[in-house]
Design a protein around this ligand. Structure first.
Ligand code: F6P
Length: 382
């Protein structure tokens, strides 16, 4: 399905190889930076001359949906691809979201397997290579396509930071900044009224956002999916705080956190194309429980998609840049089935299979204080 690279040396002309790029799953800050740097690296004149390969860049709209919907589908009334040029993407790194659009479409959904359509479209659109930017779901699809012979590479993104084999996933740091800024705002109003505020963050299975957002903002209590909490213990900690003279408390809770003996709290019945439940409501649940026992006025706020929105912070712009460049480096080396990754201070790559085989979760033993429901207080062991 994917043709061999041919290089015509006559008159310096070289055949153009097509790279398709798509973003899938929940959007986040940093995606546009990654797209920009895939395009700029692939189309860089000087690099094309030294590599003796010329590329053409094709943006695929709305993630895998752009490769499963038949042309002219009423669900897809606009062109599913666009040719990307360096000039076009010049300023993209400053903007949030994804200018290519995204979706949670799963071509391998067991109830509606459309993977053959994807393979056919890849061939029809003459995509020699594919860069998939996404989390466990999008990269899971990328890995299956790789096993079917597609020349695919991946870039990690998810504000949940739950992909394995990488210390960073695009969007995380911007989301932590949003949590920190919003909690700074809540503090003044919470303090004025002597209230408790429960702040619900995203984080389905992994508590990184709640933990690092809570640590950055100095939250009094942090609750994560990796450790089931006891409401009595939360109340105890709150009363202890008040006895010591605190005027207000901030509790950060990840949407996937749950009390001992219960399952996660869901916003709506049903599952998405990848089999995920729609979580939400643990913040409100907790606020009610706390008020009932302590009689202290308690409010809750769900940060929800605010965490995914807005302009990328400096770190996400830079990481998008490095990941985008590295993804094209993998294509040049014909090192497919890999995801670029950031490990121990270095940009490197790992097999897609490894990135999606298990989730990267908070290590309770070394990163969480199970007594105080907060971040660790010992970092260098004695
Ligand atoms: O990308 C993962 C995530 O951030 C989860 O933490 C959350 O449950 C989900 O996205 C919600 O996404 P959406 O409402 O866009 O489907």
């Amino acid at each position: 399905m994917v043709k061999d690279r041919e290089i015509s040396l006559y008159g310096g002309k070289m055949e153009k190889n097509r790279i398709g790029v798509l973003t899938g799953g929940g959007d986040c800050a940093g995606l546009n930076s990654a797209i920009k740097w895939v395009v700029k690296t692939a189309l860089d004149d000087r690099l094309q001359r030294t590599r003796k390969i010329r590329y053409e860049m094709v943006g695929i709209r709305d993630g895998w949906k752009g490769l499963v919907c038949p042309e002219g589908d009423e669900d897809f009334p606009y062109p599913r691809i666009c040719i990307l040029t360096e000039e076009m993407v010049r300023t993209w790194d400053r903007y949030g979201g994804t200018n290519l659009g995204t979706s949670r479409t799963n071509p391998y959904d067991p109830k509606n397997d459309r993977s053959k359509i994807v393979l056919k479209n890849i061939e029809q659109l003459r995509l020699d290579y594919l860069v998939a930017i996404g989390g466990e779901d999008t990269l899971g699809v990328a890995n299956k396509l790789y096993l079917e012979g597609v020349n695919v590479v991946g870039i990690p993104k998810t504000i949940d930071k739950d992909l394995s084999g990488t210390d960073y996933t695009l969007g995380f740091e911007t989301a932590v900044n949003v949590i920190t800024e919003e909690i700074d705002r809540l503090r003044t109003t919470a303090g004025s009224h002597r209230r408790i505020f429960v702040v619900e963050t995203m984080g389905r299975h992994a508590g990184w956002l709640a933990l690092e957002g809570g640590e950055s903002s100095g939250a009094y209590i942090i609750l994560i999916p990796e450790y089931n909490f006891e409401i009595e213990r939360i109340n105890e900690l709150l009363m202890e705080g008040r006895r010591k003279g605190a005027r207000y408390e901030i509790i950060v809770v990840a949407e996937g956190a749950k009390p001992v003996g219960s399952s996660e709290i869901i916003k709506e019945e049903g599952i998405d194309g990848f089999g995920h439940k729609m979580l939400g409501g643990v913040g409100e649940f907790l606020a009610k429980e706390i008020f009932q026992s302590t009689k202290i006025e308690t409010r809750s706020i769900t940060l929800s998609h605010l965490q995914r929105g807005g302009a990328p912070c400096a770190y996400d712009r830079r990481m998008g840049r490095y990941f985008g460049i590295a993804a094209v480096n993998l294509i040049v080396k014909e090192d497919f089935g890999k995801m670029v990754s950031y490990r121990n201070g270095r940009i490197t790559s790992i097999p897609l299979q490894e990135a999606i085989s298990r989730l990267n979760l908070v290590d309770i033993r070394t990163q969480y204080d199970t007594e105080r429901y907060n971040g660790r207080r010992t970092i260098l062991s004695s």
